[in-house]
Design a binder for this molecule. Sequence first.
Ligand code: NHR
Ligand code: GAR
Length: 204
Amino acid sequence: MPVVALISGRGSNMQALLDAGIPLAAVISNRADAKGLAIAAARDVPTAVVEHRAYATREAFDAALAAEIDRYAPRLVVLAGFMRILTPRFVERYAGRLMNIHPSLLPDFPGLDTHARALAAGAKRHGCTVHFVTSELDHGPIVIQAEVPVLPGDTADALEARVLREEHVIYPRAVKWFLDGRLDLRDGKVRVKGGDAQLVTAPR
Ligand code: NHR
Ligand code: GAR
C-alpha cells in the first residue's frame, strides 16, 4: 500500500486520512505513548515505534526510522503531527514524496507554537499548509493551504480547533492529488493538474 504516516501524538490528521479512504501501509511513531497508535491499530493498520530517545544522534534515529519505513516501500510518506526535525540525509532519501501539514499559513510562522504566535502578532487570518518537506524547516513547496479568520476574543485553543478542522479537509485532498499523479513540482512550486483550488477559505 502506498502511504506510510509518521506521528508523535494524537493522530487526528492520520485518522482524517483513514476516514477519507487513504490506504495507510503503516503508522510509525517516535513516541510509544502516542494516542494515534491505538486508533491505527483499531483499524488494523500496522504500527511501529522508533523511539528517538533510544538513539544517540539525529542521524542514527533517522536511519532507524528510514529502515522501518522502507519495509513498506511506500510511494509517499506523510508527517501527521510528527514532531522531530529530520536530517538532510533523510529528507533527500524521500525527496518529492515526503509531505507535512503545518498549522500556519506558511511562510508565516514556521516552527512551533504557531497559534499563540499568530494571536500575539495580531494576525486577522491564520490557517494551515500542506507542503513537501525540504531540509529547510517548513519551507518546502506548498501543495494547498486553508485560511480561517482570527476572531475577537480568540484563545490559542479556540484558534487551534478552528485550524484543525481545516487540516482534516486539506490533508486528505493533497494526498489524493499525489496518489492520483496530479501534482506537478516545477521551479520549487506545486501545480495541480486539472486546476483545483490550492487555497481553501473556511466560511465563518
Ligand atoms: N524536517 C525537515 N527537515 N523539514 C521540515 O519542514 C520538517 C521536518 C520535520 C518535521 C513538521 C514541523 C511543523 O510542521 C516537520 C517539518 C518539529 C519541530 C521541532 O522543533 C519543528 C517543526 C516541525 C516539527 N521539533 C523539536 C526537535 O528538536 C522537538 C519538539 C518536540 O519534541 O516537541 O526536533 O511544524
Ligand atoms: C496538528 O495541528 C499539526 O498541524 C501539528 O500538530 C498537530 C497534530 O495533531 N503539527 C505540527 O505542529 C508539526 N510541528 P494530530 O496529531 O491530531 O494530527
